[in-house]
Design a protein around this ligand. Structure first.
Ligand code: NI
Length: 190
């Protein structure tokens, strides 16, 4: 069991873009195991991207448990090199999002309603799923954004984004509680 510390904003390492995994080998499977251990240790987290623990291999994991809104998607789920191959942006949905790397901040984020994702599973086999009309679709987009160095407040309008970071800064100053292991960078000014 390896619970890794989770990087929290404004850590510049969260802004790095992760690279594709060339081969799904034991070291990648170990990363997946560590990510599930880390995710479960948070208590209330449902998904995690490799960049959140400072690893730059493109991996995301999900464990929505009883909250899974789409029973056709089996949990827990690990995706290596996930890629959105179709995004239905004819319809958008608003979901209240939070993030283990932006603790205690919750904001409503509008994202396309339906996504198709291709990825490699833990055996290195190619898989594809389509998810639409529920918050898992937003969750998948949120996690893949992490691999490209994008945090969820950046998906808000400019004004809302400023409001979000201000709110977050205030929460940090107030010392809002975080119930899992985090790693803070030296810079704390947003
Ligand atoms: Ni997140």
């Amino acid at each position: 069991m390896a619970v890794k510390p989770i990087l929290i904003a404004p850590d510049p390492r969260l802004k790095r873009v992760a690279s594709a995994v060339e081969k799904v080998d034991d070291s990648v499977r170990q990363l997946i195991t560590d990510m599930f251990d880390t995710l479960r240790a948070t208590g209330n987290g449902v998904a995690l991207a490799s960049t959140q623990i400072g690893d730059l291999r493109r991996v995301v994991v999900f464990d929505l448990g009883e909250h899974n809104p789409d029973p056709s998607v089996k949990m827990p789920l690990a995706m290596v090199n996930p890629e959105i191959t179709a995004l239905d942006d004819a319809e958008w949905q608003v979901v209240e999002e939070g993030c283990l790397s932006v603790p205690n901040l919750y904001m409503s984020v509008e994202r396309p309603f339906k996504v198709t994702v291709q990825y490699l599973d833990e055996q290195g086999d190619k898989q594809e799923i389509t998810v639409g009309g529920n918050w898992l679709a937003s969750c998948i987009q949120h996690e893949i954004n992490h691999l490209d160095g994008i945090l969820f407040p950046e998906k808000l309008s400019r004004v809302q984004q400023m409001r979000a970071w201000k709110k977050y800064q205030k929460l940090r100053k107030q010392g809002a509680q975080i119930n899992y292991k985090v790693e803070e960078s030296d810079s704390h000014i947003l």
